[in-house]
Design a protein. Structure first.
Length: 162
């Protein structure tokens, strides 16, 4: 199963593509969709949609794992992320990619085994589990890879099998 992990944002959208076969998981590619500063929001959303369509066509994922929206203290940033997230979800639906949503604590639990793990612990365990020489860069890509890994570990759970 090919999984596209997405860390949503309106300035930077992290992505990670994993190939999962049973307990074997490998990183195919990761990176970020960067929208230029100063560009109006509608044009940023168009770029996210176009670049995401390109990624979906290039990698043909069976599933997209995306982090659920988490509002911290900055509601203004949360609104921009929510708008980008809407475009991301719409693009996946339009292209027939199944979407699975995970909370930050679910990602931490699946990757580290502790739902309140620190970000550096998640990044280090992602690196170890995928046998990578270094943590993926930028951080948005590393987060997206962890989200995809969460789905791979959850979706291949023996509890889900009949």
């Amino acid at each position: 199963m090919r999984i596209l992990g997405i860390d949503p944002g309106y300035a930077i959208v992290g992505f990670g593509v994993l190939e999962a076969q049973g307990a074997q998981v490998r990183l195919v590619r990761c990176g970020a969709i960067n929208t230029p500063a100063g560009v109006p929001m509608p044009q940023r959303l168009v770029q996210i949609q176009e670049d995401l369509e390109t990624l979906i066509h290039q990698f043909s994922p069976e599933a997209m794992a995306i982090e659920e929206l988490f509002f911290n203290t900055n509601v203004t940033t949360g609104i921009g992320v929510a708008q980008a997230r809407g475009v991301i979800l719409m693009t996946a639906a339009k292209l027939g990619v199944a979407v699975y949503e995970y909370t930050p604590s679910q990602v931490k639990q699946a990757v580290v085994g502790y739902g309140k793990a620190e970000k550096r612990q998640v990044m280090d365990m992602t690196r170890r589990l995928l046998h990578l020489a270094a943590v993926p860069k930028p951080d948005d890509a590393a987060d997206a890879v962890a989200i995809a890994l969460c789905h791979a570990r959850s979706h291949t759970s023996r509890l889900l099998r009949g």
